[in-house]
Design a protein around this ligand. Structure first.
Ligand code: GUN
Length: 283
């Protein structure tokens, strides 16, 4: 079997077009959706990420504010800035780029963001809402993975989904979203003794570990759908995922490539969350 390639760029483009329409409709009603992006320090990867987030806002009719602070910014100063943005009616989403410098407690920072503006979906209130199936912002990367499954008509209901990875940003919320969609969910992680035993039973595998070749062809049931959240570099310095793409694409029925799979969806879902926040504020 040669797997269908799930085109994250195409899905992303379609959702962004819908975002742009909703942004235009809101703007016509006098509510321009606004996202504040805060970066502390000069992590080069973070600088690229925040620039891409601001660019995506500009391209789709959202207002964005990029605030860059030196690594010497104190925790109290950052918290005060977040409080001010919480109270700013022109801002509907607040994103503090992670990682933060070690003297700043990321948990405290996230908990200071108003859940109504927590477009990253990292606040404990957002995580709790997802857990109990209440409305709230969903973390962008797993939310994007759900949209990719939807794009190929893959309904998780009644399927066995195996999530590899248990991070708060991807693995855990991914498992919750799949459960909410009525999949039977297994979460595997670094202490799982026999990963292949689990993945071989999966109809859907989501790999979110951050390590190359975590999932190889012999670990995949023929016809499974494989979503690769990994962003790694191979020996030649080329971007690659957690999945052995050449091998697994011979066994799976559908698979996301890296790049061009999950990657573009993260920022897209950030735009969706920001629009939703603005729509709630406008109604
Ligand atoms: N650092 C890496 N990914 C993310 C993300 O999705 N949101 C934030 N705030 N920081 C990140």
């Amino acid at each position: 079997m040669t797997a269908r390639i799930i085109d994250g760029l195409a899905v992303s483009r379609q959702i962004r077009a819908e975002v742009a329409q909703r942004a235009a409709a809101l703007t016509a009603r006098g509510v321009k959706p606004g996202l504040a992006v805060l970066l502390v320090g000069d992590n080069p990867a973070s600088q690229v990420y925040v620039r891409n987030k601001v660019k995506a806002c500009q391209e789709n009719g959202l207002h964005s504010v990029l605030e860059q602070y030196p690594a010497t910014l104190t925790e109290a100063e950052l918290l005060a800035r977040i409080e001010a943005l919480n109270a700013d009616p022109t801002i509907h989403g607040i994103l503090v780029q992670l990682p933060l410098p070690p003297h700043i407690d990321a948990h405290k920072v996230i908990e200071t963001i108003s859940p109504a503006k927590d477009v990253d979906g990292f606040h404990v209130a957002s995580a709790g809402a997802l857990m109990v199936g209440q409305p709230g912002f969903k973390p962008c990367t797993p939310y994007g993975c759900m949209k990719l499954l939807e794009s190929i008509g893959c309904d998780p209901k009644g399927k066995h989904a195996v999530v590899i990875g248990r991070s708060n940003i991807v693995g855990k919320p991914m498992a919750m979203m799949l459960l909410q969609a009525s999949a039977t969910v297994t979460i595997c992680h670094s202490a799982t003794p026999d990963l292949a035993y689990h993945t071989r039973q999966a109809d859907i595998v989501v790999a979110a570990v951050g390590k190359r070749n975590v999932l190889t062809a012999d670990m995949v049931k023929p016809g499974a759908v494989v979503i690769d959240v990994g962003m790694n570099r191979n020996d030649e310095g080329k971007l690659c995922g957690d999945v052995d793409f050449p091998g697994v694409s011979q066994v799976a029925s559908a698979i996301t490539p890296v790049p061009g799979g999950v990657g573009p969806m993260t920022i897209t879902m950030l735009l969706v969350n920001t629009i939703e926040s603005a729509e709630r504020a406008a109604n």
